[in-house]
Design a protein around this ligand. Structure first.
Ligand SMILES: Nc1ncnc2c1ncn2[C@@H]1O[C@H](COP(=O)(O)OP(=O)(O)OP(=O)(O)O)[C@@H](O)[C@H]1O
Ligand SMILES: [Mg+2]
Length: 250
């Protein structure tokens, strides 16, 4: 489903991704963890071409992108086949929840408004907000806004969902409602990659955990073994730090 080969990214002279190799099977849920600045967001952003990769190959479904020859057609294909959810929701403030979701259906997919609204309400129901279609983002809690953002990302029927720390801007009491929606998506069989600091959640939902540090994948393993027997000293240190901070029990 996803195959990344020797992905490198420079921001000017700053070498941020230093050769990422990663293969993800259809339906798999992968969690990416690692210290701040290790390149996790950049990796996700390269995957849906919000950032241009400097070197390497990214294959998503049937589309293969070579860093040096990305044509407009494959760029659009990749954008449409990936749904991305950010830390800060990024909803359109001047549109209702429903309009946030139907926007792409109407403009990109050219679906007629009434039909788009039906799909929009179905998606709002999926994220537990069937009664909030007419609300503007300012009238919703952070958790609700993030759930609208998830529904919006699902609207174009992506083959791959990318979540970049979807709960880290939320008040603690709102985290669970968003994690539950993500859990449902992952369990539903949609290929999912999530960057998260919620290690317990990562262990629960992910088939595989990937640990990044300084622009490289340092270690990867199935979720159980990853936490029980981390191999690399940097992985151990990272897990220990989180364990102490959050009284996280394995
Ligand atoms: N648009 C950009 N221009 C220049 N440098 C950037 C840009 N985006 C990211 N960087 C740099 O790339 C490095 C990796 O950043 P990235 O956001 O991918 O890290 P991260 O692992 O997601 O960190 P965090 O856990 O804090 O979100 C950082 O040093 C950052 O300053
Ligand atoms: Mg980040």
């Amino acid at each position: 489903m996803v195959k990344i080969t020797n992905l490198q990214k420079y921001f000017k002279r700053h070498h941020v991704l230093k050769g990422i190799n990663l293969a993800i099977k259809e339906g798999e849920t992968v969690a990416i963890i690692g210290p701040s600045g290790s390149g996790k967001s950049t990796l996700l952003r390269c995957m849906n071409l919000l950032e241009r990769p400097s070197e390497g190959t990214i294959q998503i479904g049937d589309t293969t992108l070579e860093a040096h020859h990305i044509d407009k057609m494959s760029l659009l294909q990749v954008r449409r086949s990936t749904g991305m959810v950010f830390q800060n929701y990024n909803l359109f403030a001047n549109k209702t929840s429903l309009e946030n979701i139907t926007e792409a259906l109407i403009t990109v997919k050219k679906i007629e408004k009434g039909e788009a609204e039906k799909i929009g309400y179905a998606l709002l129901n999926t994220v537990g907000l069937g009664d909030k279609g007419n609300h503007y983002p300012s009238g919703l809690s952070g958790g609700q806004q993030q759930r609208v953002a998830i529904a919006r990302a699902l609207a174009l029927n992506p083959k791959l969902m990318l979540f970049d720390e979807p709960t880290s801007a939320l008040d603690p009491e709102l985290v669970q409602e968003v994690l539950q929606v993500i859990r449902n998506i992952a369990n539903g069989g949609l290929t999912t990659i999530i960057v998260t600091h919620e290690l317990e959640f990562a262990r629960d939902i992910a088939d595989r955990i990937i640990f990044m540090d300084e622009g490289l994948i340092i270690e990867e393993n199935n979720a159980k073994d990853f936490f029980v027997s981390p191999q690399h000293p940097r992985t151990r240190k990272f897990i220990e730090k989180f364990t102490q901070q959050s009284l996280y029990y394995i």
